[in-house]
Design a protein. Sequence first.
Length: 202
Amino acid sequence: MKIHFDEKRATQAAAILLKEAGGRMNYMKLLKLLYLADRTSLVEKGRTIAGASFYIMKHGPLAGDVLNCIKKRSGHGDFWACHIHKEGYDVAYVTDPGDGELSDYDVEVLTELQLQHTKRDAWDMVRFVRALPEWHPLEGREALSLEEILRKAGVNEEDVKTFAEQMKHLSALDRYLAEIAADTIDFSDTVPPDLAVGSVYA
């Protein structure tokens, strides 16, 4: 289960990292830093920063939706491309997307991670994330669930199950709101999903 990817939040998060790095960064390093930020937020707050889908790949775990934005794959990157440009193997900060969609916590996590890893290059970051317990050697890619990230990070199984149940409610709510926006709901036979959903770790 996942929540809809929020490209604006992902762009704002990436822009914070790029600004802290002087405006430019190898895009593989950026992907690893964003994954670490999402992982930290997931373990500490029960949510990721932008609702991305995660994958295990040869060079470590990453957010697939962010990679799609960087590479301008179909359906991704319209907002991203207004503020961040890919130049060879680097991404460059072009215009400020703001940070209004991010919480103070998000900004703090991103800033601290950039400072922590400022001296590491892209391949140092690959080695760092490949040492995480959720990664294993493979060719191609493999979907990485939020529940598996939590388990590998040491969250107890009861909390993981609670989180998974809440994600079902949030996913149902996400679909419900999307149907309202598209005006496709038959209200005569629809009961809104439970809205009383909070953080697992609140």
